[in-house]
Ligand binder design. Structure first.
Ligand SMILES: Nc1ncnc2c1ncn2[C@@H]1O[C@H](COP(=O)(O)OP(=O)(O)OP(=O)(O)O)[C@@H](O)[C@H]1O
Ligand SMILES: N[C@@H](CCO)C(=O)O
Length: 237
């Protein structure tokens, strides 16, 4: 099928909670609040149209190279030799997930973007490969692994050889990808994950603060080392 053949997709990615108990950067649970994309490749119309409702509607940019979802899709497409979006393309995003408040909004956006790139480019990437793309962008695996795989997930980010990373966009430089730029593919098997069991009787209540803290800022204040006593007591909780 030609990339511009008219068609529709509905893409749904859950929010997630992470850092559960002692599982810092490891344990994540997907929760039943979903970022959705309604995507249509039309016969005619403007080359690109993006609308957005819900959390972040007044702040989130809606141009392909600035919006986290479309930027991520562009990255997946460029890494697979596709230098432009199909046209005319219409995307409606509905986001009920509060931004920057501990419910993995960026993880859901990244997972949606990777699924979007996979669908638009008809790439048929399997889940493990989709995870590699997610992990090039969100460099801690707990939220994206839970959002992509579903359920209660333990995940671990493999140390990457700097040689494998040459020219590969990681989160910050992803911002700079131009539509026409071709980027190398991510290394394979960046993350390991295990689906853990979950008792249906255990329900989750999320308490959402009224202020935002960007994950990057929160991570920047963490010490690089912890004393043994603190690590041991954290394992207990
Ligand atoms: N639906 C979305 N569309 C576009 N950009 C988004 C969307 N959701 C999140 N983002 C981007 O991600 C940023 C929030 O990411 P951040 O990692 O700081 O917090 P979070 O993922 O909501 O929370 P946490 O990682 O603590 O669970 C937003 O400020 C915005 O730039
Ligand atoms: N493990 C991540 C979760 C938030 O995205 C962190 O603490 O930064």
């Amino acid at each position: 099928m030609d990339m511009n053949t008219p068609r529709k997709y509905h893409i749904k990615s859950p929010c997630s909670t992470a850092n559960i108990g002692p599982g810092f950067d490891v344990l994540g649970i997907s929760l039943s609040l979903y970022l959705t994309l309604d995507v249509e490749i039309l016969k005619e119309g403007p080359a690109f149209e993006m609308t957005y409702s819900g959390e972040g509607a007044t702040d989130v940019p809606l141009t392909p190279e600035q919006n986290l979802i479309t930027k991520t899709a562009l990255y997946v497409l460029s890494a697979n030799g596709i230098s432009e979006l199909p046209q005319p393309l219409k995307i409606h995003v509905h986001n009920p997930i509060p931004l920057g408040r501990g419910l993995g909004s960026s993880g859901a956006a990244v997972v949606s973007g990777v699924l979007l790139g996979n669908a638009l480019g008809q790439l048929n990437l399997d889940r493990n490969r989709l995870l590699d793309y997610c992990l090039m962008i969100e460099r801690h695996p707990d939220n994206v692994a839970a959002a992509l795989m579903g359920g209660f997930v333990a995940s671990y980010l493999r140390e990457l050889d700097p040689k494998d990373m040459e020219g590969v966009p990681a989160s910050e430089s992803l911002l700079d990808i131009a539509l026409s730029q071709q980027v190398p593919q991510p290394p394979r098997g960046i993350g390991h994950y295990v689906n853990l069991g979950w008792a249906k009787e255990i329900k989750c209540i999320a308490i959402v603060p009224q202020f935002q803290v960007a994950t990057a800022k929160a991570r920047a204040v963490l010490p690089t080392e912890y004393v043994r006593q603190d690590v041991v007591s954290n394992l207990f909780f």
